[in-house]
Design a protein around this ligand. Structure first.
Ligand SMILES: [Zn+2]
Ligand SMILES: [Zn+2]
Length: 246
């Protein structure tokens, strides 16, 4: 048996004893080491309207946790790319594997996609089973904590900025300095951009500075005027409002 978290609804959190799952064909069993808590988990906690997922998400018996990392302890039939002992982060979208979106790697656009932690069991448990193709091997020197956060909070922002082709030529404005906004600052600095961070809370702007933001603006100021001032009247090259889901 193992322990798993469930949100039965109405702001309750329960730890339940449930059987350890076993991996089917193409799947792996992972011993969880870290599982990040996301704002979207709050929708399950309140039990109102899950931001992702259908009936399963509302049932109150799915193990949450869509940003997990752990160690593979058992591989199912046909899995060749991973073996016991591999350290992995887990990508949240499980697709049909056959449609054009799945084939191109955009499993979150699959018409039948399922989100771990909402539609099917996620990482807030001692163990979880996922398709091997959702696993990403992590470097030895990367901690499980960093790996967990890298899946959604950092990965989403990295992908967005790659699509915006952010580089050292750009000044990027990021609105909202929650965990995703903060990750966006780090990614933008890694890509060489000049970063302007905007939030309503000064303590979050302090964190943004620690993460490398070049300029911070409190939303109570005239944000547009400040951006124009910082950029010498040119305006920003790109702007991003950090997404609320998943
Ligand atoms: Zn998330
Ligand atoms: Zn698909």
């Amino acid at each position: 048996m193992m322990k798993a978290v469930v949100f039965p609804g109405d702001k309750k959190v329960e730890i339940r004893e449930v059987p350890i799952p076993s991996p089917g064909g193409g799947e792996v069993l992972i011993k969880m080491k870290a599982s990040a808590i996301c704002r979207s988990d709050m929708s399950l906690y309140y039990g109102s309207d899950a931001v992702v997922g259908g009936e399963a998400a509302k049932s109150g018996c799915i193990h949450p946790g869509h940003e997990p990392a752990g160690e593979i302890v058992q591989v199912g039939e046909g899995v060749t790319r991973f073996k016991e002992g591999d350290r992995v982060a887990v990508y949240l979208a499980v697709g049909c594997g056959e449609c054009a979106n799945c084939k191109s790697g955009y499993r979150m656009f699959c018409p039948e996609w399922k989100c771990i932690g909402f539609d099917q069991h996620g990482g807030d448990a001692d163990y979880m089973v996922v398709p091997a193709e959702n696993c990403m091997r992590i470097p030895d020197r990367m901690s499980y904590l960093v790996a967990a956060v890298s899946t959604d909070a950092v990965g989403t922002l990295y992908h967005a900025q790659k699509r915006l082709a952010i580089s050292g030529r750009d000044t990027l404005v990021i609105f909202g300095m929650g965990p995703m906004g903060g990750a966006g600052v780090m990614v933008a600095k890694g890509l060489g951009a000049t970063v302007i961070a905007v939030d309503m809370l000064d303590e979050r702007l302090e964190v943004a500075k620690e993460l490398g933001a070049d300029y911070v603006i409190n939303g109570k100021e005239d944000v547009l005027a400040r951006v124009m001032e910082i950029t010498g009247g040119r305006g920003a090259d790109a702007a991003r409002r950090t997404p609320p889901i998943p």
